[in-house]
Write a protein that binds this ligand. Sequence first.
Ligand SMILES: CC(C)(COP(=O)(O)OP(=O)(O)OC[C@H]1O[C@@H](n2cnc3c(N)ncnc32)[C@H](O)[C@@H]1O)[C@@H](O)C(=O)NCCC(=O)NCCS
Ligand SMILES: Nc1ncnc2c1ncn2[C@@H]1O[C@H](COP(=O)(O)OP(=O)(O)OP(=O)(O)O)[C@@H](O)[C@H]1O
Length: 198
Amino acid sequence: MALTIGLTGGIASGKSTVANMLKEWNIPVVDADKIAREVVNVGEEAYVRIVETFGKDILQENGEIDRPKLGALIFQDEEKRKQLNAIVHPVVRKKMLDERDKILKKKPVVVLDIPLLFESNLTHFVDKIIVVYVDEAIQLERLMKRNGFSQEDALARIRSQMPLSEKKACADVVIDNNGTIDQTRQQLLAILSEWDVL
Ligand SMILES: CC(C)(COP(=O)(O)OP(=O)(O)OC[C@H]1O[C@@H](n2cnc3c(N)ncnc32)[C@H](O)[C@@H]1O)[C@@H](O)C(=O)NCCC(=O)NCCS
Ligand SMILES: Nc1ncnc2c1ncn2[C@@H]1O[C@H](COP(=O)(O)OP(=O)(O)OP(=O)(O)O)[C@@H](O)[C@H]1O
């Protein structure tokens, strides 16, 4: 029987780290962040609407969207974030579900890696939910390190999402990613074997 697993968590909680493990084991993963980047390529409908809404100031010289600049804008301002979400999310959702359907024609299981699974009310599209959890102090530290953000910028991003503790409470299963990568891999293996996926 077909199984759609939702993989979610908070910003920098370790979703991509877990998704990479799944891909190594040949489990197909649909990456919402990757699709969200593709749908705003120069000339795409969402690109045109973003430029109309936020102006040419958010573009690089070559015409592509300046992601750090747009990020700085929308993570400081909830109204602007809602405007961006309203442009990008419907297109991402459609592409993601198309990819899911294509994969499920050939494979019994697919994982949808969706950072905003709960915030965007997408839980009805998945059968099981894995939340990748970290304590906020570690999340902050990893986010600042990975993106070179100040503490203030990193906190603005964390605060723009549903608290990770709430997501944890809504999960079918939680991966605690406070420890080593290997400890995370062991937890994932146990979940997959329990669900007969490996
Ligand atoms: C604001 C943008 C340009 C910043 O780009 P940047 O390359 O710096 O970050 P990236 O796209 O890799 O996202 C990193 C993480 O930020 C978080 N995040 C991104 N967008 C949002 C949002 N609208 N609300 C809350 N968190 C978000 C997610 O945890 C995501 O995994 C970009 O994130 C964007 O276009 N966001 C809107 C689309 C979106 O919601 N994407 C996320 C899920 S589909
Ligand atoms: N167990 C771990 N130990 C040490 N570092 C880790 C661990 N897990 C992830 N990291 C590092 O933390 C950072 C965030 O992890 P990752 O990119 O997987 O998170 P994410 O949830 O996909 O983030 P985003 O929502 O921003 O896409 C990365 O730099 C990653 O290498």
